[in-house]
Ligand binder design. Sequence first.
Ligand SMILES: [Zn+2]
Length: 638
Amino acid sequence: MSAVEQQLESIHQQIVNELPRDISVSAVTYEGPELVVYTRDPKKFAEKGDLVRKLASKLRKRITVRPDPDVLTRPNDAEAAIREVIPEEAGITDLDFHEDTGEVVIEAAKPGLVIGRHGSTLREITQRVGWTPEVVRTPPIESATVRNVRNYLKQEREERRAILERVGRQIHRRELSDEDWVRITTLGCCREVGRASFVLSTPETRILVDCGDKPGSEKEVPYLQVPEGLGGGANTIDAVVLTHAHLDHSAFVPLLFKYGYDGPIYTTEPSRDLMGLLTLDYLDVAAKEGRTPPYESEMVREAIKHTFPLQYGDVTDIAPDVKLTFHNAGHILGSSVAHFHIGDGLYNVAFSGDIHYEDTRLFNGAVNDFPRVETLVLESTYGGRNDYQTDQEDSERKLVQLINETHDRGGIVVIPAFAVGRSQEIMLVLEEAIRTGKIPEMPVHLDGMIWEATAIHTTYPEYLRDDLRNRIFHEDENPFLAEFFNHIDGGEEEREAVRDAGPSVILSTSGMITGGPIMSWLEHLGSEPNNTLIFVGYQAQGTLGRRIQSGWDEIPMTDNGRTKTLTLKLNVETVDGFSGHADRQGLENFVKTMNPRPEKVLCVHGDERSVQDLSSALYHKYKMRTFAPKNLETFRFR
Ligand SMILES: [Zn+2]
């Protein structure tokens, strides 16, 4: 018997001892971080509402109870009973029975009504039919991504369960080493923005945190080949943790599967879906530009299949000696600060990922409250001594003014924006400005993946700011459904029609003008002096966006393989303050109010000057040990 089997055997015995005599336990197994308990008496389990919670706290594990397949009510009868229990207003759109696990996935417009107070409706379902219900929200705006991901996971359920069981055994294996140390190796995004990637290692475990590309530079990829990385083989990594879906953090996650990795990815549910959307688009853009994509779309599907979605605040065992907890980072949908608790009280590290400290229209500000943290790995995008941004109200005023001025002279406003995050923030600003008459009603066109990304936002309102969440729950108040928003899906013809139709606002990807439909918009609108190009997001060095922002007006364009020059005559403006990143003040505040304040800070994810400035400021102000590492440095913490 293996160590894991012995452990399961003893847990089985412990559970039997804890449970009332009339509740049987037929098997106990691990699926990923969870302990799954099979029973012939699911209804009795459900009757005693807090039994599972008590077991979970006693065993200090996440527990799922599953019925033995032969005690289940037949799906047809179960469906009728379930529809009886759930109130009509919940708006069930799909019921999907999985006989192998005894789970029924219920997709509904209002999941809260399916769950009931403290899960009472869910328990009632199990009491009636034996099945274990799992609830997902029907996207208020149809999203092809969400639909595809859900269908794919449904289809791959069997294999996914095999992966879960294998990973579960890995996580709960016996620790071999009796040494204690913790190291972080930087594989990218040090003294630069882009190719975020770190390895967090202990004698027992090696975790890859993020694996992104560098915008505007195909050649600079994370240093995965070093021995600390994947040099010893892809499966020397135990787990991949993804802080958020932006490509400079996620682009090369699917590549790991091409290298033979077959372990878990931990991220939030919206980050999983957005990673799918953005990496598939990344492959598409590469192909269109005649580059060889680094991996095939099959690898994106592998990544999705290996993803274990976690919610904010869930403390999850991801290795024998590592617990992971995600907290809201306020940066984009599903973005997280990843907190690692290592050993039994040995050490704690938090990776900020990208953060926004203050509340924005879309998100609550980043969480900086933890049980313990000794080391913080902190993004420094706007860490430079002068990187103070205008506050958002002033920025909004300036944006509104620029739009009005352009409108009055008959021009069109074009805003390059990341599909995920800035676009929705600007949509909310425009929605309010038009609703309250601050700008005249005019079409707001959304090009590239912005509409699809917006649909994903409305699928996961729990990840949005409280008041926005409530508006999305009420269909007639959902700001993203305002009628002046127009989804461009007709290609060049539609764009030409927009160009000729008078004043409007266009939001288009890519955010740093590194490809995508924004290139067409520059061609259509760039030579007209009445039009305005407005930058609202960070423009990384080496990108076309940065060059235009700093005054270049001769732009090389490729047209059917030939290069020509486009002369820009439109106004070029920058409105900062909409960034998804904390500015210098926000970064300082994040550290200053952090509870507890860390002993050490690694300033990363910023250009040379930004990381140096921030590192020295934090040292002088708060007397902490600070570092501005280069790529490929290793820090030992214990
Ligand atoms: Zn980001």
